[in-house]
Design a protein around this ligand. Sequence first.
Ligand SMILES: Nc1ncnc2c1ncn2[C@@H]1O[C@H](COP(=O)(O)OP(=O)(O)OP(=O)(O)O)[C@@H](O)[C@H]1O
Length: 297
Amino acid sequence: MSDTSTDIQSTETGTAADTAGTSSDAPTDADAVAPSTADRTGEIELAVDGLVKRFGGITAVDGASFEVEAGSITGLIGPNGAGKSTTFHCITGIHQPDAGTVAFQGQDITGIAPYQCADYGLVRTFQIAREMANMTVLENLMLPAKHQQGEALWRSVMPLARREVEEQERELLERVWDTLEFFEIEHIAEEKAGTLSGGQRKLLEMARALMTEPEMLLLDEPFAGVNPTLEQKLLEHIHELRADGYTFLIVEHDMDLIMEHCEHVIVMHQGSVLAEGVPGQVTSNEQVIEAYLGGEV
Ligand SMILES: Nc1ncnc2c1ncn2[C@@H]1O[C@H](COP(=O)(O)OP(=O)(O)OP(=O)(O)O)[C@@H](O)[C@H]1O
């Protein structure tokens, strides 16, 4: 926690997020996507401590410190330029922080490469890159799968392993179809990613992230440009996955969505954490209202 932050955490329970999601005991469709993770409720999934990132004379992140509880949906909010995206980039290895540490499940992952983050089980969604736009939805899901072996290499150096390769391909395809079904996008499996609507693209981005078998997902503005129907679908999927043990950290400008669906909200301002707590506490926090939200909440 930085010096300027105001910790307003409390033991208050019964947030909207508790009721909007499914019971953590109930098996969900998310079971089809990945094996259920052990109940880690109460454990710290991600710990950011004293993070600093400068770009020349600009200090984009200025000693940000916060923790994300395992199995939670946590919102990271703040006005334009508060340092949210830079914080995401520092957590997931896109930027090297100038100071501070990032720990995932107790392991120091400060400054590691993005692909290494994914190996740890921490992944962020990415916009579908231009080169992916010409590939089908199905092909887009085949690419990021964890531990996928190069088929040609296997066949050339280990011809006897062909059955193993085929088994691996079958399992991968099964997982791809399970994921497509989970996100209810199997009907667009053969469509080119570049032809999808904004909302379908967001579903594909999340589906791609899930193919890496993460335990925590960082979502940067997952609802931007998404129509209300698909927004609802995305939210349902997030709650289902949360009920299955996944942890979410979401940067989102839509305050109503954050307040309704996150059980914990972290407010960044000028590169550090200004306040955090359950939604009701954040919206009634004087500092947040005066210094940052301008009385909008
Ligand atoms: N690559 C960069 N080079 C120089 N300055 C940068 C770079 N990335 C971010 N900044 C600056 O760092 C500050 C924080 O930016 P950042 O994008 O992290 O904020 P944000 O909270 O995500 O804002 P927004 O909600 O508008 O996306 C801003 O002043 C921004 O201009």
